[in-house]
Design a protein around this ligand. Structure first.
Ligand code: PLP
Length: 403
């Protein structure tokens, strides 16, 4: 491994990587012109040894910091022992992780998968099958405008902004949406056919917009009335991001099912669909599965991640550092509003300031952020970020905003 200031051994360099990318990769992403070669804690280095403060963490993935030593040790140890046997056999890390996720949340059962969108697929299957059991022929799943639940066809159908892309149609039927936080519209939409109301506690991809307590309470009440499931998508908000292990803990509701992914594997792909007892017995053999899901290395990594995150001192730190970050940002010229909770922060910019231009300038100054909408930059620093690094980020954003 190279140290800061050195190039990675055998690295082909940014330009060569760009040429290969341009020739061989599908054009699904617009990448920034940086190739990162190393990470540690909240820091990244590019191939020229330039240092960056990572306030994006691979979109809320590296929450325990890059190359967290405990996660690296768990991965190395497990990789050297056993990497894969499939779900046809028992493996200890998977069983222990399921217990840990259930005990720390809703108390039901867990289905493992490899990504967020797959966790949502599992939730959709559970909701539909459960609705069929109560005699609903055409079950419906309701979400809010602005929600993002993933890109496979089920999750896509529950993601109103992207489900309108007719070029990818036809979409899966049985999904509808109402305006964000519109309790009245939710009341009108939920009915006997409703299988689930599926919401993000804070909309992440839309630009960090919290779901109101009132909307959550109404959703909970309506689901109880018609026998539907309240599903909270905690893929971005979960695992300490908002200052509690799960974001729902800071709301007045308890969901029937949560989805998790992103930070769970500390950088390895893993997702989980976690139920309360009410939804735990719906799926039966043959209903669902996945070759790689819950495999030993990813689940060993996730256990190490939970050791770090499921710690009252760390979670208190997230709340305190988040408050300091939001306070510092609010005081900056050019900032219109600061949204979010814990270390999940959207910075709404004053009119005339382009978020994309600001993010590009910040990257040049060594701060990694992203742009969920034209007037907003999104900050998702690692939960282990230091207070001095928060001050540094606020300073860089302040300087960039004044030019
Ligand atoms: N749900 C939420 C709230 C997300 O933020 C994301 C990803 O950004 C997903 C689902 C999809 O997760 P993945 O990209 O791992 O499929």
């Amino acid at each position: 491994m190279s140290g800061a200031g050195e190039s990675a051994a055998g690295a082909i360099g940014l330009q060569a990587a760009q040429e290969l990318d341009e020739r061989y990769l599908m054009r699904t992403y617009k990448r920034a012109a940086v190739d990162f070669v190393r990470g540690e804690g909240a820091l990244l280095w590019d191939e020229d040894g330039n240092e960056y403060l990572d306030f994006l963490t691979g979109i809320s993935v590296s929450s325990v910091g890059h190359c967290n030593p405990a996660v690296v040790a768990a991965v190395n140890e497990q990789a050297a022992r056993l990497m894969h046997v499939s779900n046809l056999f028992y493996t200890e890390p998977m069983a222990r992780l399921a217990q840990r996720l259930s005990d720390s949340s809703l108390g039901g059962r867990v289905f493992f998968c490899n990504s967020g969108t797959e966790a949502v697929e599992c939730a959709i299957k559970i909701a539909r099958k459960r609705a069929h059991r109560r005699g609903v022929a055409a079950p419906e799943i309701i979400s809010f405008e602005g929600d993002f639940h993933g890109r496979s066809y089920g999750a896509l159908a529950a993601t109103p902004g992207m489900a309108r892309n007719e070029a990818l149609g036809p979409m899966l039927p049985g999904f509808r949406s109402v305006p964000r936080n519109d309790a009245e519209a939710l009341r009108e939409a939920v009915g006997p056919n409703t299988a689930a109301v599926m919401l993000e506690p804070i909309q992440g991809e839309a630009g960090i917009f919290p779901t109101s307590d009132e909307a959550l309470l109404v959703a909970r009440q309506l689901c109880d009335e018609v026998g539907a499931l309240l599903v909270l998508d905690e893929i971005q908000t979960g695992l300490g991001r908002t200052g509690s292990l799960w974001a729902y803990e800071q709301t007045p509701v308890r969901p029937d099912l949560i989805t998790s992914a992103k930070a769970l594997g500390g950088g390895l792909p893993i997702g989980a669909c976690i139920t309360a007892p009410v939804a735990a017995e719906v799926l039966e053999p043959g209903d669902h599965g996945s070759t790689f899901a819950g495999a030993p290395v990813a689940t060993a990594a996730a256990l190490a991640v939970l050791d770090v995150i499921d710690d009252p001192a760390l979670l208190r730190g997230v709340r305190e550092k988040g408050a300091a970050l939001r306070e510092g940002l609010t005081a900056l010229d050019g900032v219109r509003e600061v949204r979010g909770r814990g270390l999940m922060v959207g910075v709404g910019l004053e009119e005339g300031i382009e978020a994309a231009t600001l993010a590009a300038d910040l990257l040049g100054r060594g701060l990694v952020v992203n742009v969920p909408r034209p007037d907003t930059i999104r900050l998702l620093p690692p939960l282990v970020v230091e207070s001095a690094q928060i001050e540094r980020a606020i300073g860089l954003i302040g300087k960039s905003l004044v030019g």
